[in-house]
Design a protein around this ligand. Structure first.
Ligand code: 9D3
Length: 248
């Protein structure tokens, strides 16, 4: 997959995409992140990309003309591609959306800075808007990096065996169970005994039960939208009983 990013801070986006699983996906040729700087497409000698808003008020607005030239260059570099504007006004990014983006051969991400981009550019060039959540960032670059990370790790062959095994696990849509490694004892905290039992069926059940229980405690909204099978409902009921007897 190829992701083109229109940004005033190309180094920022490139750096983020060179780390870890996503960096490896790039070096394995599974993912290519290409950046385009509107500054390079500004037509005046000052390389102007923004101006003060009509109607007054604080901040600056990104200009139509340099952005349109940049988006055209990026979008048409290799066939065509949908253009996604990262913006607080966008539809909220979810794992479902990440999965659907991960199946595209390519798309273009547009990052805003300042107060945002001229509305007419959005009307003309943008296919959809995406937000990564209800908090205020200073620009779209971090959001673009989030999209690239989440989509990049889903490319076939990007994850190691350990990670992909986790993916097809029983616990999809739930929070993760707790994890432990050496030492066996940390002060007065010990590793749960079941994990030392060598009984893999029992360990699997315990992990699922913890995942269900933690989701119930911390993200009941996630649990409400799932339909649990009989075994899972029983495990969650066990967790609830134990929790109500001894909440910690
Ligand atoms: C304080 C400025 N705000 C006035 C109401 C508007 C505003 C303009 C530009 C708020 C944030 C931004 C920059 N944010 C993004 O470009 C952005 C973003 C975000 O802030 N939160 C969540 N997702 C995203 S995606 C792009």
């Amino acid at each position: 997959m190829r992701i083109d990013v229109v940004t005033l801070f190309p180094e920022f986006v490139q750096q983020a995409a060179q780390v870890g699983v996503v960096g490896r996906a790039q070096s394995r040729g599974l993912l290519s992140v290409v950046t385009w700087n509107p500054r390079d497409f500004a037509s005046d000698r000052h390389k102007t990309v923004d101006d003060r808003p009509f109607g007054g008020g604080p901040g600056m607005v990104m200009l139509v003309e340099p952005l349109r030239s940049t988006i055209r260059a990026a979008r048409d570099a290799e066939g065509s591609a949908p253009v996604i504007y990262l913006s607080p006004q966008g539809e909220r990014l979810t794992q479902r959306k990440v999965e659907s983006l991960s199946k595209l051969p390519r798309f273009v991400l547009l990052c805003g800075r300042y107060e945002g981009v001229d509305e007419r550019l959005i009307e003309e060039c943008v296919d959809e808007e995406l937000s990564i959540g209800d908090y205020v960032l200073s620009g779209g670059e971090l959001a673009a990096s989030v999209v690239i990370d989440a989509v990049g790790r889903l490319q076939d062959g990007a994850l190691g065996d350990a990670d992909s095994a986790k993916q097809d696990s029983f616990a999809e849509g739930l929070l993760d169970c707790p994890h432990y490694a050496r030492p066996l004892r940390e002060g007065d905290r010990e590793v749960p005994e079941v994990l030392l039992s060598g009984n893999h069926a029992l360990i699997r059940r315990w992990r699922l039960k913890q995942a269900l229980g933690r989701t119930w405690l911390r993200r009941p909204d996630l649990l409400a939208r799932m339909d649990l099978d009989k075994a899972a409902r029983k495990l969650l009921e066990e967790f609830r009983q134990e929790y109500l007897a001894d909440p910690d």
